[in-house]
Design a protein around this ligand. Structure first.
Ligand code: GH3
Ligand code: MG
Ligand code: MG
Length: 313
């Protein structure tokens, strides 16, 4: 996978007290496009690492003063992620192994074969690039699933998880319950205390909703001041206890700077009891939520056929 055509270039620190070796290696590495600083002792190398951003370090293991192992330990304590390649004496594989056990990423032996050195450096830099790219992908992936204000999962994650959970429950003939929760009178909170205070309330309510749920429940910000919660392997009875707890936790807290009680209303619907697919389940939980609002708020309602609007005229 590591192409010799790779354009990977790095900022490299070379620590070697042998000035001839340092000169030859530096010249070679610069010719192939790297930027290289040299240090003639471990102490000097450590100093340079303190003030520069290197991609990797190449260090001789035989150094005057601080020896190679001490240098390696010190570098790892400063920056555990900095890749270190050690230069070992000819045939001393044991020392190479002990350095790799201590955290070196690879080794080259003296006398240095420049082509081998080139391969080791490319592999090290490319590995570093791959790790960086994987981390970025991971961050963007997580960002795409979470809501920036509350840190909760977002609408899309809620929909995707619900679809997945329903498929699972169909296969396993399990039940699941969802709750739609909406903050009561939130428009007035914004109007009376400002949007920033509203945001703070949203954040604290999110924490409290999470507190009332169990670790395997999926809690997400459905939109605005509404939350969608998936309770896997949970029927109506159990979900009512969770809803009760949620109303208590949310309603019993204060939300400075807002100096009035803040409550939520909840609608509950279960699979397969009330609906057999995702959209219908959400629609039924919404209808139950609407009913909680109509009945005076700060309460939960479990979906029931009698809640359906009467369409006979
Ligand atoms: P109800 O009890 O019927 O739910 O009344 P309500 O005032 O909560 O409902 P309404 O739908 O009238 O208003 C919702 C408000 O929520 C309006 C909107 O500005 C506010 N809101 C939605 N998202 C955010 C947000 O991210 N931050 C803030 N501060 N407010 C938000
Ligand atoms: Mg509301
Ligand atoms: Mg709302």
């Amino acid at each position: 996978m590591f192409s010799t055509e790779s354009k990977t270039r790095g900022r490299i620190l070379l620590i070697d007290d042998d000035q001839n070796v340092a000169k030859v290696v530096k010249k070679f590495l610069e010719r192939v496009g790297h930027s290289v600083d040299t240090a003639a002792s471990g102490e000097e190398g450590i100093r340079l690492i303190g003030g520069n951003q290197y991609d990797m370090v190449i260090t001789d293991i035989y150094l005057p003063g601080m020896d190679g192992m001490a240098v390696l330990d010190k570098i790892k304590s400063i920056n555990p992620e900095l890749d270190i390649v050690v230069i070992t004496g000819y045939g001393s594989i044991e020392s190479a192994v002990s350095f790799m056990k201590a955290g070196a990423i690879d080794y080259i032996s003296k006398p240095i074969n420049l082509e081998h050195l080139d391969i080791v450096i490319r592999k090290t830099l490319e590995r570093k690039e791959l790790i960086k790219a994987a981390r970025e992908r991971d961050i963007y992936f997580r960002m795409s699933l979470t809501d920036a204000l509350t840190g909760m999962f977002n609408h899309k994650y809620f929909q995707d998880s619900l679809e997945r959970e329903i498929l699972y429950c169909r296969r396993k003939t399990e039940s699941l319950t969802i709750m739609m929760a909406d903050i009561d009178g939130f428009k007035a909170v914004n109007d009376d205390f400002g949007h920033q205070a509203g945001d703070m309330v949203l954040q604290k309510i999110s924490m409290n909703i999470l507190k009332a749920c169990r670790s395997h429940d999926t809690v997400s910000r459905y939109g605005g001041e509404e939350f969608g919660i998936i309770l896997p392997e949970t029927g109506v009875e159990k979900s009512m206890r969770v809803a009760e707890r949620m109303l208590n936790v949310v309603g019993s807290q204060s939300y400075p700077p807002v100096n009035r009680p803040i409550t939520i209303s909840i609608g509950i619907a279960s699979f397969p009891e009330h609906a057999y697919d995702r959209e219908e389940l959400i629609q039924k939980a919404d209808l139950a939520l609407y009913h909680s609002k109509g009945k005076g708020r700060n309460r939960f309602t479990v979906y029931d056929g009698s809640l359906e609007p009467d369409i006979r005229h």
